[in-house]
Design a protein around this ligand. Structure first.
Ligand SMILES: Nc1ncnc2c1ncn2[C@@H]1O[C@H](COP(=O)(O)OP(=O)(O)OP(=O)(O)O)[C@@H](O)[C@H]1O
Ligand SMILES: [Mg+2]
Length: 286
């Protein structure tokens, strides 16, 4: 930063020298002035670029630090519980049914940790451009129908109605079915999680002029205005500090965005009141 300030100052001096040169100048002097002005302009441009480079370097560094802090926190909390559970079992403090319950909790924590690490690995692979999926023609009505059917039980357990609204004609996308299903699972899981009992979640798919469009809409609490830009960031959970959503790692939407963009599509929050409406596009499967 200090370097770019010094260059900007040098540029200012060069420019100032150029405009204060007296009237009677030969061509040599004029050329010198022109050089000084051009040099000043170049230096000013370089200074601006350096300032931008410096800012983006600092932003990347801050994002990296936030990421490491989030990962550490998300690993440390279940690990601390695991240590306590395992120690109690080892010391023989717990027996019988309690021991079985503790073992079940150990299994749950291990599964959650594995899922977190898989998600992180997947995200970093996609973001590094390591995409080795096969793409084919995928009939979205079928994929949406199957996914909705698989999520009906968890929705019903929370008293939420889950439905698919699909057109009578085929909706063909060029995609990797498994990855698109992952996106659908993430969006439907979020919708169910944030919709109170008696609410509804609707999944729609249709052809659009640019390809195909899929939407997951819910009648839940919605996303606060300030959060709408950040919800797609890794580890972002709604609310601050203790109010942050405790149910997930904050990776679902980040992974969904990475998958959709790797397909050449786009994902965004559509205006919805009340509730939330997440929409994404894919290329048409021809
Ligand atoms: N349908 C929704 N309604 C209200 N808030 C939502 C909805 N979907 C996402 N959010 C908000 O966006 C945040 C980020 O969502 P995301 O799916 O990335 O993470 P998560 O659900 O918290 O964790 P994970 O998906 O890793 O289990 C959520 O914590 C929640 O605050
Ligand atoms: Mg989620």
């Amino acid at each position: 930063m200090r370097r770019s300030l010094a260059i900007a100052f040098a540029a200012f001096l060069a420019g100032a020298a150029a405009v204060t040169i007296p009237h009677k100048m030969g061509w040599g002097q004029i050329a010198l002035v022109a050089l000084a002005v051009a040099g000043g302009a170049l230096a000013a441009g370089l200074a601006a670029r350096l300032a931008v480079d410096e800012r983006s370097r600092r932003e990347v560094e801050a994002a990296r630090r936030r990421l490491v802090a989030s990962v550490s926190h998300d690993l440390r909390t279940p690990l601390a519980s695991l240590r306590l559970l395992v120690e109690s079992i080892e010391d023989g403090v717990v027996t019988g049914e309690t021991r079985d319950r503790y073992l079940h909790e150990v299994r749950t924590h291990v599964a959650a940790l594995s899922a977190l690490i898989d998600d992180l690995f997947e995200l970093s692979r996609i973001e590094a451009g390591d995409i080795s999926w096969t793409m084919s023609r995928v009939e979205l009505r079928e994929l949406v129908g199957d996914t909705v059917a698989a999520m009906r039980a968890p929705a019903a357990a929370r008293g939420v109605t889950l439905a698919a609204e699909l057109p009578p004609h085929e909706v063909m996308a060029r995609a990797n079915a498994e990855k698109v299903q992952r996106v659908l699972f993430n969006l439907i899981q979020n919708a169910i999680r944030h919709t109170p009992a008696d609410g509804s979640v609707t999944v729609r798919a249709q052809t659009s002029p640019g390809g195909v469009e899929v939407e997951v809409a819910d009648s839940g609490e919605g996303i606060a205005r300030g959060d709408d830009k950040r919800v797609f960031d890794a580890f972002y959970r709604g609310g601050e500090g203790d109010a942050a959503d405790p149910d997930g790692a904050g990776l679902g939407l980040a992974i969904s965005r990475a998958i959709v963009e790797a397909h050449g599509g786009r994902i965004w929050l559509e205006e919805a009141a009340p509730g939330t409406r997440v929409r994404f596009t894919l290329q048409a499967g021809t």
